[in-house]
Ligand binder design. Structure first.
Ligand code: ATP
Ligand code: MG
Length: 177
């Protein structure tokens, strides 16, 4: 039997490409017959283009939008709702890992949920510890915590060199949505 070593992969940094690189991995994995689950911590982050494409890849690729629409500008009064949603998503991620149904799980914007205090780092470390040996786990989002980087196998930091928004160029079809 093939000797599979499941990796913990982090896409972080301030440059564009963290989520789209994770999607590229999902596509590559799907093409190899792997089963891929994507859980999205920040609702609305996935765009029409990739959602439409991914629907064509079911049932070996499943995406679930879990968040409650958290943005950095949210009122403090609402943050409990977002905390509960994020924590529930971690619980679902754990259950899905333990189900043994998936070869790859992508947790999109998990780092963001930690950064804004929706989830404790320790909860995430506990979850990573449950990862089945043969399953790949991909975590995206800016400002990955050192503790999480420390237990990963593959960490890539996207670095902004230029971004069209800074030059006043608006979001382009096929690039941003
Ligand atoms: P993508 O989904 O395009 O791969 P990402 O996952 O690396 O982007 P996020 O932090 O999730 O980036 O933010 C998503 C949105 O923020 C996208 O619209 C992206 O173009 C924009 N963005 C990412 N990096 C920058 C940047 N350095 N300056 C301005 N906007 C950015
Ligand atoms: Mg992203």
């Amino acid at each position: 039997m093939e000797n599979i070593q499941g990796l913990t992969i982090i896409n972080t940094g301030n440059g564009k490409g963290k989520t789209t690189a994770a999607l590229g991995l999902a596509l590559r994995a799907w093409g190899n017959g792997l089963k891929v689950l994507i859980l999205q911590f920040i609702k609305g982050n996935w765009k029409y283009g990739e959602l439409k494409a991914m629907q064509q890849l079911a049932p070996n690729l499943v995406i679930r939008q879990m968040g409650e629409g958290f943005t950095q500008r949210e009122q403090e009064a609402e943050s409990e709702k977002h905390r509960l949603a994020a924590q529930k998503t971690i619980e679902i991620a754990k259950q899905e890992m333990e189900s043994g149904c998936w070869d790859m799980i992508i947790l999109d914007e998990l780092n963001y949920a930690i950064k804004f205090g929706l989830i404790e780092v320790d909860m995430v470390l506990e979850m990573i510890a449950l990862k089945p040996k043969q399953m790949h786990l991909v975590i995206t989002g800016r400002d990955a915590k050192e503790e999480i980087i420390a237990c990963a196998d593959l960490v890539t930091e996207m670095k902004e060199v230029k971004h069209p928004y800074k030059a006043g160029i608006k979001a382009q079809r096929g690039i941003e949505f």
